[in-house]
Each structure stands twice: as structure tokens, then as C-alpha cells.
Design a protein around this ligand. Sequence first.
Ligand code: ACK
Length: 970
Amino acid sequence: GANKDETLICCLYSKASQGELGWISYPSHGWEEISGVDEHYTPIRTFQVCNVMEYSQNNWLRTNWIPRQSAQKIYVELKFTLRDCNSIPLVLGTCKETFNLLYLETDDDQGSHFREHQFSKIDTIAADESFTQTDLGDRILKLNTEVREVGPLTKKGFYLAFQDVGACVALVSVRVYFKKCPYTVRNLATFPDTVPMDSHSLVEVKGLCVNHSKEEEPPRMYCSTEGEWLVPIGKCLCNPGYEERSNTCQMCRAGFYKSALGNLECSKCPPHSFSHHEGSLHCGCEKNFFRAEGDPASMACTRPPSAPRNVISSINETSVILDWSWPEDTGGRRDVTFTVLCKRCRGVTANGSNSGTQRCEPCRSNVRFLPRAAGLHNTTVTVGDLLAHTNYTFEIEALNGVSALAPKMRQYAAVTITTNQAAPSPVTVIRKEKTSRNSVSLSWQEPERPNGIILDYEIKYYEKEEQETSYTILRARGCNVTLNGLKSNTAYLLQIRARTAAGYGASSPTFQFETSPDSFSISSESSQVVLIAISAAVAIILLTVLLYVLIGRFCCRSKSKHPDEKRLHFGNGHLRLPGIRTYVDPHTYEDPSQAVHEFAKELDASCIAIDKVVGAGEFGEVCSGRLKLPSKKEICVAIKTLKGGYTDKQRRDFLAEASIMGQFDHPNIIRLEGVVTRSKPVMIVTEYMENGSLDSFLRKHDAQFTGIQLVGMLRGIASGMKYLSDMGYVHRDLAARNILVNSNLVCKVSDFGLSRVLEDDPEAAYTTRGGKIPIRWTAPEAIAYRKFTSASDAWSYGIVLWEVMSYGERPYWEMSNQDVIKAVDEGYRLPPPMDCPATLYQLMLDCWQKERNNRPKFEQIVSILDKLIRNPGSLKITANTTSRPANLLLDRSSSEVPSMGTMGDWMDGMRTLPCKEAFSGVSYSSCDTLAKTSTEDLKKVGVTIVGPQKKIVSSLKALDSHTKNGPVPV
Ligand code: ACK
């Protein structure tokens, strides 16, 4: 039979050719049509000729007319046997061993009409083999197969002819066919049967996409002259809902889906979805499960989350921190957020139980949520600016991408709280009603949030020129006041703050007014009186000036005033006091070794005995040892060494610390004993601090000190820092790790490596050489533009304060430096450490004021801490919040920690209140009990240093006598 890619168009072949074929044989004794059997004894029909005995043979056999069909080139396959002449005895000379194959093209069948010369020869056909040997040794005729191509053909049909010239041939089979590229499906495109071209060029064929598919790129193939398909290009893709199965696109089965065009298989429906029909593009969600817009078809159907769990509230005056746990069921989604709804409720008892019906209304719009009320990613929120003594219910709902689709399935957790008492918010609106030369009438509006009944208002005013160095305070019950006795034609500044049972609120913004100028158009009757008054005033002024000069002289001579006292005003600027030594930057020396010898004593190495290594410093080891100077007692010392192989610069930087340290002399600054520079190793020798650095010391003794002990340490650090800032020295690296502790728990500031002088030139802060900045300890302005000042040291002091109160916890825990910078910049501040007294936390917050001029001066810090030491009871009021991870950093702006807005307010509050109030709300510690505090009591609370003890007790006595007689002195 024909091969797949061959189309048979003729003629004589085995079983198919039964009966007479009707071929023409000429002359008649030439080719004969004979029936026989093949090697399998199947009957066959053959044409034979074998006139080998006679000369000049020319026998023709012509086929019937063969229509060409679409073929341009045809193939003729002949099967024949041909006896070789040697096998036939006595025929030598006439016998031939070939025959000719010829053809003739015509447009129509010419019947029996036959002319030899019209035929063209295709080839002379010879046998490859004539006989084969059988196993039995017989020689049998071998069947030869020869194929010849004919073309290009142009007419409608043709004849073939076989010319014998004297051979012994039997034609067993003649197959005439042409080749074609058969119908095929490639890349989901069908290609039809294609007949190749006769020439050597290929036929380009376009394919058609199978049913339920689409062209991705037009499918094409080439049909070669040999009938082979070549180079498939482009393809078709099964439509959505269909997948490729054996060259066709078939519908997805039920339970499967395919949402996109492509030759992917159909996918099984994802969890909680189904497809009942064949050919599904996607699967529908089961009941109570949903798909959010934008969810891919491959995603499981999901549902709204369950309610948040374990809601905890911690109330701080009029703000509350809400904390909760993730819902048990997130509904199968990751996009869970939380929303907090605030309701103000009446008819609810403080413990949250219902006392009858509860009436709730949405909270006022000025309630503040931090970071926000909706779309929370963390499980906590701080709600501020609530009303004092008010019941609130918070509904906390977990939401995910499908919550909006299932409003009925949404659940929330509710918590009911009652806010505490809080100081009033500041007065914001002040109006000038009437002005004259010596008086002014003012009115103002009650604060937006009084948080209770306003007892009175405090009005503080001063001449603008005098910069708060002296001021007057008045109290008013209502919202107006008239200030008398003012100077004419003078600018005044004024601040008002309200007071409730909860204490003073923050001060109003500063309000400025001017009194009227003197007028000289005085009426004649009063002119005399005025004249007398003016003369009297001039006389008084002259007298005052005289008195001033006299008193001034006396004071200078007697030096009765401590220089520090002059600074007890409440201005903001840094005042350099005349007469106080200032610090000299060793870097300003041309020859730095000169600086070392100016400020540090050169020691002989033989006076130093090194005992052991206690740590590693920046430049080499830190050792402990002993120093024995001639005619002095041996003392324990710490020895910093400069390791070998140092560069000149390293030696200079190493010794710079000694040059700096050598300029200081204060009980809370590490004392320099001297340096060794003339022999090696180069050493810096300082006093020995038995308990090492403060941070590790605190970690080692977690929760082992009393509040008073901690405050005592902090007081020492502040005092050392006050000394440094008075010297004009900015430390830049104040941190617990740079504080050393001795056996008496005395803390001393050390590490003067990073430090640089603060020059008068404001640009000086910018032009420091590069270097690492300890981000967590450094004020924002110092990080941002290297503005290092004593105010930035105060910020660092706040961090040290936090480190101390949390026993060496790492500030901002594991937050990255970048996150710390960002959080601080956005107003977040560290939360109070566990059991931290509220006053100390307030002090921290004051140190962390963004505006550096609002931070307390070290002098003020020392005095605050002194007051606390005098009044240990006040340490019992804690700041409520425990140490928490980073997301609970407090935002200064929303958490109204204690009510004082700035350090100034805080100080004012301390200064002007009677004793009981001075210690901010200490309800149980009356002034009487304070005065009875004896040295023994102080020992009990941990003040063990003899000097300060005496001072504290005497201060308390002084305090007591003032309490009995009136207000506390400033
Ligand atoms: O925490 P420490 O034991 O105390 O480990 C460090 C280490 O050297 C590297 O600075 C210790 N150290 C530094 N200066 C002194 C000193 N004057 N007295 C005692 N130990 C010191 C510090």
C-alpha cells in the first residue's frame, strides 16, 4: 500500500491488479501479460518478455493514460526480475540485461493510438542482482526495485512505456505516485494535505487553530518537495475553560477551572470553592466564603476574621493605651487590619458592668488616635485627648479584604474604660480689652478641655526687655483680669494657665501687650499734681540707683554670693559666667604634646604597678593597678594603654583624652592621675572605679537598688555634666557605658574621646571631623546637622536616665538606627521604664524636647533631683506604663504624661506652690513627715554618702520651717 505521505495514482501492483489491465504491447510477440505467483505463492499478474534468442528486438509496453491530478512531480517504482545472460546457454551476442523506461505527456487519453518516437526516455533500467542463492543451493530469480522521478509535469496526464531490446524481464509491480505533506495538527493548528512544488522551493502553509483555541502567533509550516513538514512557527492556545488533550482543546472537568488563555492544564478548585459544570473559567465560593476584588482565581475563598482577643486597656489620665491579641481566625487572609471605634457611654459603672441602660454616642472628633483609628497593622493604639472622668467604650474590629462583602459576619471586641483626672488643657485664646498707661484688662476663654472644675487661673507677666528675670504672678477666679501698676509705653509678655484639682495645665502661648505712652496734654488743674509726682519719681529713681551702686560694691567685695546663684533665673540661653574656668580644646594647640604636658602630670613608669587587664579600650587594653608616688599613699588606678604600632595621629588622639580630662576637677568627673609619654607603653592613669561602667553594673544588679539610690547616681551624673557644661565642654557621647561607678556607688563621667569644644562661632558645630554618632543617645539636631551643644548633652542625659531606671536596658531595644531616627523625628519617645517614678519620666520627656532650648539645663536637672532626694515619697508615684517593645513608644504630643508642658512650667509649678503641692500630688507625704526624716531614715533608703546626707537633712529642716511660715522660697 501507499505510505502516508504518498498518493498512488497507478497501476500494476500485486493483489490489486487482478484481471486484464488493457496495456498496449507492441509488437504482439513482445511483452506478454501473464498470471503467476509471487514468492509467497500469492497469485500475481506480470508482464514478461524474453526474446533473447533473436536479434534486433524492440518490444514496447505502454500503460493506460494516467491523470496527473495535482502532482508536479511523480515517482515510478518498478519491481522486476531480470535474468543475466550468463545463466542462459547459447544466447551470447543477442542477450541484453537492461530495458528502457519512457513517458509521454498528453492532455487527453489517446486510446490505442501509439507512436514510438513521441516518448521521451526517463532512464535505462538495469538489475542490481539477477539471482540469489537459496539455502538449498538453488539459484532463484531476485526481485529488483528501482525508483525514478519524472517531472515537472504540466499536461493533464501521461503514459509510461517500457522498451525491451532483447532482455529476459518480468515486470512484477509498477507503482506511480506523487508525494505530499499530509494533513497534520501541530501546536494546536491544523495543516491540510499539501502537494509540494517540483522545484527546490518550499510551500508555506498557514495553519488553522483547532476548536476552542486562539492564535497566539499565526501558526505556519513549510512543506518540502519530499513531502515533509518543516519549521513549525507560531501556535494556538486553548481558550479559558479548555485544556489541551491529544491535539485538541477540551473542556475542564467539573471541580476544575482554567481562567486564562494558554496551554496549561485546568487546575483543581482552590479551598472553599467549587465548579459544578465543565469548562469553568473560575470556581465559585462556598457559602460564607468570599473572594475580594483583586484576589487571583487560584486563591482560596476567605472570610472575615474573628474578633480580636484579650483586649487590655491601660489608662493614663485622659489617654488610654489599648492592646489586644490577633484574632483566632484571620479568615485565611494576611491583609488583616484593625479599626478602633470610640464611643462615649453613660450609664456604665467604672468597672464596665452595665447599670441599667447604656446610652452611647460617637466620641468627639478631637479625640486623638495614635498612630490612627483605622487601618492599624499593629495590635495597639493610644487614644488621647479624652475627657476626664468619663466612660468610654472602644470597639476593636479586625478587618480583612473580604470584611466589606460580609457585613453580617463581622465581629468586634469591646472594652469599657473610665478616664482619670487630668490637668486642664492650655488656655489658647487671650484678648486685650482695655489698655491705659499703667494698666491693661484682659480676658480669655476657658481651656478647651478643662478636665474638671477650674479653681483659678495663674497669670504670669513680665517686661519683655527683662526676659523673665523678674516677673509677677496673679491669680484670677474668672476669665478676666486687670493688671495694674504697669510701666507706661512698655511691652509686656504674659502667660496664663488654669488649675483644677488635678493641678496646673500647660501654659498658654506667650501673649504680648503694650501699655499706652505718657501723654503730655494734661489738664491745667492736675498739672501741678503730675509735676510733683514726676519730681518724686525722679528722686526715687536717683535714690534707687545710688542704693544699687552701694549694694553692688559691697557684694563684690564680700563675694557673699555663690556665682551659681546668679544663674537661678529661668532664661533659655547658655550663659558663660565670668570667673569660671573654661575648657581649652587640645586640638587648638599647634603641638598637641604641649597640651598634654600643660594639663597632665608626667608619671614615671616605675611608680606604676599593673595588676590585671579589666577591659579593652579604643586604643589598647584597660588595666587595673597601683600608683605609688613619692611621699604619697599608694592608690588604686585604672591604666589605659596605647597598643604598639600606633600612628602619630593615634598617639595624639589617645593623649587628647588626657589633655581634656586633666582640665577637670570635679567629684563626678573621672580624675586624671597623670600620663606616661616618655617611656613605652604610653599610658593614661586615672582613679580606679571598682564597679566599672554603669550599664553593665546595672544589668548585673537588676532591680536591686532603691529609687533613692538610683536618683543619687543620676544626681551625680547630672552634677558632673553641669560642671562640664559650665566649662563650655560638650561631651557628645554621654551614655551609661561611659559612666563609671566606684565602690560607693558614686558615678563619674568618663570617656572624653569624641568630645570637641563648643566654640562661640555658631558654625563650629557643623565643622567637626566625621566620626560615628551614637544615634540612640544623640539629640535629633546633632544627628541631622551636627549641632552638638550642652542641650544635646541634656538629651543624652535623658537617655541615660532611662537606661538607669530600666537597669541597663538598651534604648529603643532592637529597633534599627534608621527606625530610631524616624520614630524620634515623628515625635515618638521611649516609654517609662517599669516602676519609673512619674517625675523622673517627666524629666526624661523634658530632656527629649524637640526644641533644644526647652530642654532643662543641667543645673535645673541637679536641682530637680535634689528635691526628689529630699522627698523620697514622691518617687512612689509611678508613670504607669511598663517597658514595652518599640511600637509602644509614646508619642509626646498625644500622651499627656504629667500635665506640665515644658520644663519651664514644671519648674514654675515646683517653685510657686505651697509645700504640699510642690511635690506634685504627693498625697501621703506631708511636710511634717518630711522634716522628721532623719539621717537614719535616709540610710534606710540608701543614701550612704555622709556629705550629702547632712546636706539633705539640713535642707529638709529648712524646708519645714518655710512650710510653717508660708510659701517655699525660690
Ligand atoms: O565595665 P567595665 O569593667 O569598666 O569595662 C570597661 C573597660 O574598662 C573598658 O572601658 C573599664 N574601665 C575603664 N576605666 C576604668 C576605671 N577608671 N576604673 C575601672 N574600670 C575602668 C570599664
